[in-house]
Design a protein around this ligand. Structure first.
Ligand code: NAP
Length: 289
């Protein structure tokens, strides 16, 4: 159907499919280019758009872009066309008092269903998802893209002592994309295992990123928990940090960030943020590198 501007109208699902088409385009043409043309047949309509990677805007399209479509393209296209070898995205949903879970580890769900959609959309545009072993132990998440169209990426759990059994959803899912990173000192006959050295009983986050490069995984989504994200933050390895702030106060629980104590406020770097309303929450969007 054409509207009065002679452009086609599209549904929310079509807008998302056009973003996935951009992800597919990027996977087939990883070279640095300044503009891209996407063309996709959806519901018997040929939908086309041209995107300027530097300016981060759609220059032309044969369909009308409403506010919803505009917010989707603005959020996800710059992540896909990021021009970095590795692009690390981290996301945490926290309460007003800076907590990501209750003391007993319950976190489903601190944020709104709109934020849950955002998390699944981030999974779908990423090449790999990383979480710490405590997130798997407490939440038993699937870490799939079941709320949006798009392929499940590979999932890697940081589990240095190889404590987690195969029964957890991340590993038992039939797509067989659940992996672990364990210490290189351990012997394991399990499949889907990577091994890295420990320094002071911890992996070096840079080694984890190098492993991602070896696996040809460019967009890396660290989905929690706070401890794991804090370690990547401390090493200055996060490009994009999303903090979703939900209008609840817990009082006690697990903190978003666990970082060494600072002696003075003057030592703390102030971050520039942009923010948007996401359902009942506020999504803070922070470019760290
Ligand atoms: N609201 C949200 O957005 C959100 C998102 C995810 C999870 N959660 C919640 O957060 C809680 C878990 O978070 P968390 O911060 O306690 O734990 P976490 O980040 O899930 O896992 C932390 C563990 O991962 C391992 N790890 C991480 N980086 C490592 C490294 N560089 N080297 C070696 N091991 C490393 C450590 O294991 P070792 O102890 O063996 O050293 C560490 O104890 C759960 O309650 C979950 O429900 C909330």
């Amino acid at each position: 159907m054409h509207n009065k501007t002679n452009k086609l109208s599209i549904t929310k699902k079509s807008a998302w499919s056009l973003i996935l088409a951009a992800k597919y385009f990027k996977s087939k043409s990883p070279d640095e280019i300044s503009k891209i043309h996407i063309e996709k047949s959806i519901n018997k309509k040929i939908l086309k758009y041209e995107y300027d990677i530097q300016k981060k805007v759609i220059i032309d399209s044969n369909f009308e872009i409403d506010d919803y479509g505009h917010s989707l393209f603005k959020m996800y296209l710059p992540l896909i066309f990021n021009n970095q070898k590795n692009y690390v995205i981290a996301h945490l949903a926290q309460t007003l008092d800076g907590l990501i879970a209750t003391k007993s580890g319950e976190s489903k769900y601190i944020s709104s269903k709109e934020n849950l959609f955002h998390i699944h959309a981030l999974r779908a545009i990423s090449d790999i998802i990383i979480v710490g072993y405590k997130t798997v132990q407490f939440d038993n998440p699937m870490l799939t893209t079941r709320l949006v169209k798009g392929e499940n990426p590979m999932r890697i759990i940081i589990d240095k002592d190889n404590k987690l059994s195969k029964k957890y959803n991340v590993f038992s899912n039939e797509d067989d994309k659940g992996y672990k990173i364990i210490s290189d000192k351990l012997k394991s006959r399990n499949t889907n295992i990577f091994q890295l050295p420990l320094v002071n009983n911890q992996f070096d986050e840079k080694d984890i990123i190098s492993l991602m490069t070896k696996l040809n995984k460019s967009i890396i989504f660290i989905e929690g928990g706070g401890m794991t994200i804090s370690k990547f933050y401390q090493e200055n390895l996060i490009n994009k940090l999303y903090l979703c702030i939900s209008p609840i106060i817990l009082g006690e629980g697990i903190s978003s960030f666990i970082l060494p104590e600072k002696q003075s406020l003057s030592e703390i770097k102030q971050h520039e943020i942009t923010y948007s309303i996401m359902g009942t929450d506020i999504l803070c969007d922070i470019n760290l590198i």
